[in-house]
Design a protein around this ligand. Structure first.
Ligand code: ADP
Ligand code: NI
Length: 216
């Protein structure tokens, strides 16, 4: 019964994201889902809620819906209700999706649960390490950003609007978000994985500057 909900949701998401851009496509969902399963081996939480939220968390990104941050939770809720998931679980999944993004964490946080912590960690891990680097440059290419510009220093984004509206080079995103993630993990298991991914990004940046300067 419960497993059937997960299978049906995975099928729905896979179809729904068939033409999604590569930073938020089915492969991202699969990686986050796998991260969730890994973290659940170390944490006590409701497995079904975590897996459903991981599967549905990027079903409709506000970036591609005129900034509407309610459309994702709404679509997720409609789907889960339709397949018969109980109302309290539907509500919980919606709360997780609405509150888990990095943007949301820069605004007023209105909801907290162990399940949110786990899914948020799983998603954040996928923005770090080799995959995180690939996703950042993919996003930068999509937005036609410069790779790096030594004349444009990184800035700290303290609010959602400045984070969303930046047009800075992709290297700046490392200082504005990616290198901050290791200290934002909620669970111990995610902190351990994040540490390794962080070190890899540091090595990448060091090589990047060496090559930029022509120091070989
Ligand atoms: P969230 O949905 O958690 O707010 P985003 O949608 O902002 O996160 O990020 C999704 C992916 O795109 C992440 O891998 C992130 O690092 C990358 N990304 C977001 N903004 C930028 C940017 N300005 N430059 C490069 N990559 C970015
Ligand atoms: Ni995501």
């Amino acid at each position: 019964m419960m497993q059937a909900y997960i299978d049906q949701t995975a099928d729905y998401v896979r179809k729904q994201l068939a033409n999604a851009e590569a930073g938020h496509d089915w492969w991202h969902i699969l990686r986050v889902w796998n991260n969730v399963k890994l973290l659940l081996q170390h944490e006590t939480a409701d497995r079904i809620t975590c897996e459903l939220a991981a599967l549905l968390h990027d079903i409709a990104d506000s970036k591609f819906h005129d900034g509407d941050e309610t459309i994702g939770p709404q679509m997720a809720g409609e789907f889960l209700s339709k397949i018969g998931v109980e109302a309290s679980t539907v509500q919980h999944v919606q709360n997780i999706i609405f509150n888990m993004s990095y943007k949301a964490s820069l605004g007023d946080v209105t909801f907290y649960s162990k399940e949110l912590e786990i899914v948020q960690d799983a998603d954040r891990l996928d923005a770090m390490g080799a995959i995180g680097i690939a996703r950042a440059f993919h996003y930068g290419g999509f937005k036609n950003r410069e790779l790096y510009n030594p004349n444009i220093p990184p800035v700290a984004h303290h609010d959602k609007e400045s984070y969303k509206n930046t047009t800075a080079p992709t290297l700046n995103h490392f200082y504005e978000k990616l290198l901050l993630l290791k200290d934002k993990m909620n669970t111990q298991a995610a902190r351990t994985i994040a540490k390794q991914r962080h070190e890899f990004m540091e090595q990448f940046l060091s090589r990047f500057y060496d090559e930029w300067e022509g120091n070989n």
